[in-house]
Design a protein around this ligand. Structure first.
Ligand code: FMN
Length: 196
């Protein structure tokens, strides 16, 4: 029997006044309510990575920067990931892209899902994330949580600033589907990695 997957919920925005904490805490609660995974927050604010400055991709050359090495050691501990995705100009944040680039084998053959937010629920940024995940040899779940349109406006501080629970009825089915998929792929890839 495979052990319970260890999942990192990675907060992809580091702005001092970021909105990310609202969706991050909600998604953490959904994941913690389940018995089939152990989830921990990994906040990019706690990993002050330099812009990538290694001699080559970490696929080809080990990193020299101590923060990059610490980041790789952090990522390596997990069997799957939930990315909290802000959409900046139709893509993921620069901070998240840099963090993805600063590891390679630690991401390989592991699954991820996402909770995105913005005018269209971070959908364009999540699609970019999925493309990046392919190159990192990751598996994306089909489902993700998208907080968009009037739901985003209702809970965004500059507009409605309502609690996220006011709109959660519309999010719960996709959160369940995303986390179900994540656990399925985490167990499958854990078993496959162990057998390889
Ligand atoms: C540089 C920048 C670009 C943005 N581009 C988009 C965008 O393409 N689509 C969108 O829905 N929101 C966009 N926004 C608005 C963000 O959805 C909003 O600022 C959100 O709070 C960002 O997440 P964060 O506060 O967790 O960093 C952008 C915000 C910034 C700062």
């Amino acid at each position: 029997m495979t052990a319970k997957p260890r999942i990192a919920l990675i907060i992809g925005s580091t702005r001092p006044t970021r909105f990310a904490d609202k969706p991050a805490q909600w998604m953490l609660k959904q994941a913690q309510a389940r018995q089939d995974m152990d989830v921990e927050v990994v906040d990019l604010r706690d990993h002050p990575l330099p812009y990538f400055a290694e001699v080559a991709s970490t696929l080809h050359a080990p990193s020299k920067d101590p923060e990059a090495i610490r980041w790789q050691q952090t990522i390596d501990q997990y069997d799957g990931y939930i990315f909290v995705v802000a959409e900046y100009n139709h893509s993921i944040t620069g901070a998240l892209k840099n963090a993805l680039d600063q590891a390679y084998k630690e991401w390989n053959r592991k699954p991820f899902t996402a909770i995105g937010y913005g005018s269209v629920g971070g959908a364009r940024a999540i699609e970019h994330l999925r493309g990046i995940g392919v190159e990192l040899q990751m598996v994306s779940t089909r489902s993700a949580v998208n907080i968009g349109g009037s739901d985003f406006m209702a809970i965004f501080p500059m507009f409605g600033n309502k609690p996220i629970e006011d709109i959660e009825a519309g999010l719960l089915p996709s959160a369940k589907a995303a986390l179900d998929d994540l656990v399925w792929w985490a167990k499958a890839t854990m078993a496959a990695r162990a057998a390889a």
